[in-house]
Design a protein around this ligand. Sequence first.
Ligand code: PMP
Ligand code: GLU
Length: 380
Amino acid sequence: MNFSERIQRVEPSATLAISNLASQLEAEGKDVVDLSVGEPDFPTPDNIVDACETAMAEGHTGYAPSNGIPALREAVAEKLQGDGLDYEAENVVVTPGAKMALYEAVQSVVDDGDEVVLLDPAWVSYEAMVKLAGGDLNRVDLSPYDFQLEPALDDLADAVSDETELLVVNSPSNPTGAVYSDAALEGVRDLAVDHDVTVISDEIYERITYGVDPTSLATLDDMYERTITVNGFSKAYSMTGWRLGYFAAPEELVSQAAKLHSHSVSSAVNFVQHAGVEALQNTDDEVEQMVEAFEERRDRLVELLDDHGVDVATPDGAFYAMLPVADDDRQWCEDAIEQAQVATVPGSAFGAPGYARMSYANSVERIEEAVQRLDDEGLL
Ligand code: PMP
Ligand code: GLU
């Protein structure tokens, strides 16, 4: 077979590849501490599962309206309005996972040769999505600034120009856990307005923060009309396998992206969307409990690493920490999985060589076990 030049531009997802390797080693009987994939380890809350079962029993098993069932589009709009955003149900497209929302957004605005700015370290799939759309990447490195955006605004100003079509902002960030300050986001706004840039604000970790309240980019003056707000259910509600996410944007973008949506996925799964309404409306206590557990794990991980003389930038959100490792971070991650049976993701996959990403969506006991094993193997 001949493969398209387009598909050959990209590699498989590094996060999923390592997670698959960890599962394979486990199937071979190895006791792997899996700190690779970003996946909450809690079961989906019961009320959401029940709502899904009820929806199936009630017969919501056929095609759903392409952009989403009205009840969920309305529930999403209500949630976003509660966050100070001006979206109505017509501004919302429900997708099978936030990944598809991002894919549709990128496909809708990026043409061959268009410039897209990423803030490194950046989640692995942004690069692949941009390359599939034919865009050219321009990357701004936040690593010298403890992964914060505010001190890097001058660098960002150097990168953004009238040639820039799209900028991707992800706060709280995967893989760093950084939550960007209001001043940082205002800096993004000023550049986006000056250079007429569209911005994707990936807010999938917005509910998972520790003592800080992340600002939603489209709440800033002059940002509504140029922002595509992306969110999903995987992380906040521990619903990774349900594949449910959404984007909200001005209606002109919605009608463009909806064409790709209707010709590819048709819609997100009908009964899963009904469960999504329940998740948004009745799960606050469970989310709070999960976030408390993540915070305890974060604190323990940072403390343990500190005990071993390893200084990590304390993440304010999500469930990731960037561990400074050897220059050859891919080799380090290979050693960690082979020698210590601890799975992590090389920073290089996110544009941050010299680091490994640890997902602390795992029990305190397993996190302690991981640090102990890495220390025993001389990897800390
Ligand atoms: N954005 C970020 C930053 C992520 O970490 C993920 C992880 N899966 C996604 C989007 C996509 O999430 P999902 O497709 O599971 O909703
Ligand atoms: N986003 C998660 C991660 O970074 C899940 C895997 C993926 O979709 O990349 O590990």
